[in-house]
Design a protein around this ligand. Structure first.
Ligand code: HPA
Ligand code: ZN
Length: 319
């Protein structure tokens, strides 16, 4: 669906489509664990977040050069634009690349080559959000923030992703304090597989302005009330929830009840190459399976701009 929208929850490494993965593997002499794109698509049957992450980290090893990151981001921006995305706040996972000897400069400069030309080429404005891997140590996160020092003019904020359970937000208190002192905006994944308490911690300990996923807030009525009162945006990803089995079926997704409760929900694609669709596909899916009417879809689109890091003038122009 091509209603103008902002995408606020999108991992750029999760936009690596099988065709591009094989093309980059050939270009860089990297061997992939699957023989061809069909075998790869077969591997996209996930049991949970971890089984997805295992493939996600394995496939991203094809990304080696600035040009690879540029090609990846440019392909995403073209697809997003075709589905009505006018503004994208894009996550990237530097630790997954630094660990393979791919430098911060290669990643950021490569992404920037695509992002820098995006308004002109695709009509999509962009921001970059650097995520810390929560299953790595707090020290590693702090070293990553240090490594980003020379590129901070290109990075709008920090986020927290990867395996959630057992890695509560409080583990990253100091690195979020350091990020705030540098003027970076703050978001974090919380309440995808982890409990509602992680959402509260992300707000109170990390000072996040948005919660990525936040789905499990529905288990705690007092938390829902707080999120409504404080107008905390939630970046939901319905197709991701189905594929990672955080909900049983799309028809059973709590989005309609969340909107009825007054939560500030947005709809996003998370890792579209893996979960079966880009931003517009997620809008189409919730419209079809949940019977959301035009009013609700307009609300979701409006929320996406309100919850973005665009200032008011920029948001008006993007819409
Ligand atoms: N959840 C947590 N970490 C991630 C995801 C996700 O859906 N995608 C990429 N990293
Ligand atoms: Zn995510």
């Amino acid at each position: 669906m091509s209603v103008p929208k902002a995408e606020l929850h999108l991992h750029i490494e999760g936009t690596l489509e099988p065709d591009l993965a094989f093309a980059l593997a050939a270009r860089n002499g990297v061997e992939l664990p699957c023989a061809d794109t069909d075998a790869l698509r077969e591997a996209y049957r996930f049991q949970d977040l971890q089984s997805f992450l295992d493939l996600y980290y394995a496939l991203m090893t094809v990304l080696r050069t600035e040009r690879d990151f540029e090609d990846l981001a440019d392909a995403y921006l073209a697809r997003a634009a075709a589905q009505g995305v006018r503004h994208a706040e894009i996550f990237f996972d530097p630790q997954a690349h630094l660990a393979r000897g791919v430098g911060m400069g290669t990643v950021v400069e490569g992404l920037w080559r695509a992002l820098g030309g995006s308004e002109e080429r695709h009509g999509v404005s962009t921001r970059l959000i650097m995520c810390f891997l929560r299953d790595e140590s707090a020290e590693s996160a702090m070293a990553t923030l240090d490594a980003a020092g020379p590129y901070l003019d290109r990075i709008t904020g920090v986020g927290l992703d990867s395996a959630e359970v057992g890695h509560p937000p409080r583990k990253f208190r100091e690195v979020y304090e350091a990020a705030a002192a540098l003027g970076l905006r703050r978001v974090a994944h919380a309440g995808e597989e982890g409990p509602p308490e992680y959402i509260t911690e992300a707000l109170d300990v990390l000072g996040v302005e948005r919660v990525d996923h936040g789905l499990r807030c529905v288990e705690d009525p007092a938390l829902v009330e707080r999120l409504v009162r404080e107008r905390v945006p939630l970046t939901l990803c319905p197709l991701s929830n189905v594929r990672l089995r955080t909900v049983d079926t799309l028809a059973g997704h709590p989005l309609p009840a969340m909107l009825d409760a007054g939560l500030m929900c947005t709809v996003n694609s998370d890792d579209p190459a893996y979960f079966g669709g880009y931003a517009g596909d997620n809008f189409d899916a919730v419209r079809g399976a949940l019977g959301l009417g035009p009013e609700r879809l307009r609300e979701l689109a409006r929320n996406s701009f309100l919850a973005s890091f665009l200032d008011d003038d920029e948001a008006l122009r993007a819409r």
